[in-house]
Structures are given as C-alpha cells and as structure tokens.
Design a protein around this ligand. Structure first.
Ligand code: NAP
Length: 431
C-alpha cells in the first residue's frame, strides 16, 4: 500500500467536490490501486470563514487541515501532489509553479492559469521530473485532454471544434426554446447560480478561447497561444436572430473552432449556426461536446457534463490517481513555448458561410444593389428572406451566403450604402 498525501489550494465548489469524492472512494482506491489517498492540508483565504462556508455546505473538513499560508503545502515534504482549485490566473499560476519547483506533481482544473502560463509550468515540471495534469481544465468530465495527448498522438488531427462553455450553451438553449431575449435569460441563469454575477468571461467567449488554445495546441502539436484565438461572445445575439435562423433550419451555438490545413491554422470562438440535424445542434443546456477529425481516426465526438462539482471532481480524481501511480510522466511532445509555434501561419481569412441580417429601406432597387455588393466580392447568396415592412419602416432582410473567405464577406458588407441598408448581424454558419 502506498500512502499519497495531497495539498489543496482552494476549497470552493470544485475543491469541496474532490474532497467529498476522495472520502467516498478512499476504500475503493485502496482496494483497486493499493493507494491510500489523504488530503492533509488545504489552503484557504480565511480559516474561520472557510469553516462556516463548509459547515453550511455540509462539508466536514477538520480545522487542523486548513492553512492560510501556501508554504505550509509547498514546503511540506510529506505532500506529493498539489491540487489547485482556486481559479483565476494569479496567484494560482505562481503557487503551482512553486509546488512544481518543490518537486510535487500538480493537478489543476484552471484553464486561465494554464492557457496563460503553460510553457513555464511545463518547463518547471520537466526540470523536476514531476507531472502537470489538467484534464478538467477543458470540457469538465469529458476526457478530451487524454484523448488528444495520448490516444491520438499518432494521428494527424486537422479539426477540433465544439461546445466548450456550458453557461453560454444554457443561455442559447433557453433563448431558442422560450423565445426570450439574452438579458432576460442571463438574469435567470444568474439567479439559478448557472452564470457568475460578473458573467463576462463566459458570455464574451474568453473562457472558451482559453480552452480552445489548449485543445488546438495539443491537437496540432504546436503552441496556439490565447491571443491567436479570434473571439466573439453571445452578448449581441437577439431572440429575433435565433428565430430567423430556426426558420431557415439552423440552431445557434457558441463554438470553439480550430482547423489546420498544411501549416495554416485558424482558431476562433463565436456564435455559430449549425443545421438543426447536426449532432452538436442537439447538445443542449449545460452539456459540452467536442468533435475531433483526424486523418486516421476520421470523425469522433465526445459529449458530457462540462461543469458541476461532482462531474469535474470525477475527472480530477482520475488525474490524481494517475499522478499517484505514475513512475514516468508523459508531457505533450510539442515544443511548449510562450509564443505561438513559429511554423504555424495564423489566418483570419477562413472560409465560412454567413448568416446576415440587414435592415433595409423598402424601396425599388435596394435588393439589386445589395446583391451587387456581394457579387463584387464574389460572395454568392444561397438563400434570402425578406419580411413585410410596417408602413414607412425598414425591413429585415436575412440572407445566408455560400462558403466564402471571411474577409470578402466583410468587404461586401462594407460596400453597402448606409443610408439604405445597415448591417444588424453577421453570424457564421458551419455544416
Ligand atoms: N465550477 C465548475 O463547474 C468548474 C468546472 C471545470 C473547471 N473549473 C475550474 O475549477 C477551478 C475552481 O472553480 P470553483 O467553481 O471551485 O470556484 P470557487 O467555487 O470560486 O472556488 C475557488 C475557491 O478558491 C478560493 N481562493 C481563491 N483565491 C485564493 C487564495 N489566494 N488563497 C486561498 N484560497 C483562494 C476561493 O475563496 P473566495 O471565495 O474567498 O475567493 C474559493 O473558495 C477554476 O479554475 C474553474 O475554472 C470549474
């Protein structure tokens, strides 16, 4: 039997879930893997406050385990694995680096700290011959990190895309099913605890962009830094766009999309219309799903709970067991640098179809001039609907283009004469 002592950095939602799961599974882990896993120290901001919060949650953590000093964990020679559940970039990243430098394995669920400090953390881990595990940083319980890092290492992945933020998926699902506006559904999600009081990281797409930078780096075996991910959130999405899209056979999702062709790489997070029978179109609520396409594996999709204390704890405990049992640590095989991979050419001129909503003056010749603007940039229109106008009012004109370069679509929109036609919305469409 091997005794494995853990130190936790933070004990909120996820830390509490992992603590509970380890207690519940302690005897099983002893039987299955001959390891006795014990949490021996937990870093909190304020011990008295933490005891009160834990008591309110029914989490029985002895006072003796709690500390307000990170050194009590990073300098404790009996602790071999440090689990970071604080969230945010700092001080989480520097605490993890401190733990790695002290020769401890680190397990984290923190995509922000990882995406922005990955190279340094991995370098320190490699120098100390210890591991850095982060399965729960993307997709909650979905084992996508292991699949890309280990299972598909011998494949050539050219596409990874999916729904990697549960909060926005919940909001868009409810907007679609209830016909409600963004602000109303967001307020309700906040009331139910499904969106943060400050929801910017989720609804503006940063959370998905951090995750996509991690996935794309692993999939394409080269560093895709966060700043190389194009990003648009869902704050400008209206109930009308979702309804018009539905009328044309589409469902709206916030997707993270990474594609590689030769050395050209595109990484983008934005609202995307998908045909309503697309497998991702039916991944609803707070679920996550990720599609992978590779030369040999072809298509595969993984779906599961992208958040929640116990699903996430399940993925984290998998990392903890692997860290406890590992003799040899597996690091990603690409050159993990702070800067983008030098041989990747990042493009913002990807090929896409687009849903476009214009507000046009109801007058003869306007439609023809709109068509001319698109034709001038060689963007062809696949379908169009024009709504009846109230007397004297502008009319919504909705169109979907054939595949075209992103920048050509933007140039076509810039050609439209503002006095007769304004661009209200542009949403990409994937098939
Ligand atoms: N929630 C999910 O479903 C989910 C899923 C996947 C991954 N994750 C990731 O898991 C991590 C934790 O998320 P969570 O939902 O558990 O967040 P949380 O409930 O806010 O818990 C974080 C805890 O860490 C504490 N903390 C923050 N800074 C600290 C510091 N300097 N010293 C000591 N304690 C500190 C916080 O205390 P205060 O509250 O006093 O600040 C809080 O108790 C994040 O990286 C998140 O992205 C979460």
């Amino acid at each position: 039997m091997k005794q494995v002592n853990l130190g936790f950095l933070g004990c909120g939602n996820i830390g509490g879930g992992v603590y509970r799961l380890l207690q519940e599974m302690q005897e099983e882990l002893l039987r299955r893997d001959s390891i006795k896993v014990s949490v021996t120290r937990i870093l909190v901001k304020d011990i008295d406050e933490a005891l009160q919060i834990n008591a309110a949650k029914g989490l029985d953590v002895p006072r003796a385990l709690l500390t307000e000093h990170v050194e009590d964990i990073t300098s404790d020679p009996t602790i071999s694995i440090v689990c970071e559940f604080m969230g945010g970039e700092q001080p989480a990243a520097s605490f993890m680096e401190q733990a790695l430098a002290a020769g401890k394995h680190v397990v984290t669920a923190n995509k922000v700290a990882l995406a922005l400090n990955w190279a340094r953390l991995q370098r320190t881990a490699e120098e100390q011959h210890v591991g850095l595990w982060y399965e729960a940083s993307v997709g909650g319980v979905i084992p996508i990190i292991r699949v890309l890092n280990v299972n598909l290492e011998s494949d050539q992945i050219d596409r990874v895309f999916g729904i990697i933020n549960g909060t926005t998926n919940y909001i868009l699902t409810r907007m679609a099913s209830e016909g409600k506006d963004y602000a109303e559904v967001l307020a309700d999600a906040q009331r139910l605890g499904l969106a943060e009081p400050n929801p910017a990281t989720d609804v503006e797409g940063m959370d998905a962009a951090y995750k996509l930078s991690i996935l794309a780096s692993l999939a394409f075996h080269g560093r895709v830094t966060y700043d190389k991910v194009y990003r648009e959130g869902i704050t400008a999405i209206s109930a009308a766009d979702i309804a018009f899209g539905k009328e044309m056979g589409y469902t709206l999702k916030l997707l993270g999309i990474a594609k590689k062709q030769g050395n050209t790489v595109e990484t983008r997070v934005h609202p995307t219309f998908l045909p309503k029978d697309h497998p991702l179109a039916n991944v609803d609520g707070s679920l996550n799903a990720i599609f992978v396409h590779g030369k040999y594996c072809r298509d595969m999709m993984l779906q599961g709970r992208g958040a929640g204390d116990m699903p996430t704890a399940s993925a984290i405990c998998g990392d903890i067991v692997e860290a406890a049992l590992s003799d040899k640590v597996h690091y990603p095989t690409f050159d993990n640098t702070d800067t983008p991979a030098p041989d990747f050419v990042f493009t913002d001129d990807w090929i896409t179809r687009a849903y476009i909503r214009l507000s046009a003056v109801d007058a003869p010749g306007v439609l023809a001039r709109v068509s001319e603007s698109f034709a001038a940039e060689q963007v062809s229109i696949a379908s169009m609907i024009q709504k009846e106008a109230e007397e004297g009012a502008r009319v919504p004109m909705i169109m979907i283009t054939h595949p075209a370069p992103e920048q050509a679509i933007r140039r076509a929109l810039a050609r439209l004469a503002e006095d007769e036609c304004t661009v209200e919305q542009m949403i990409r469409v994937e098939d």
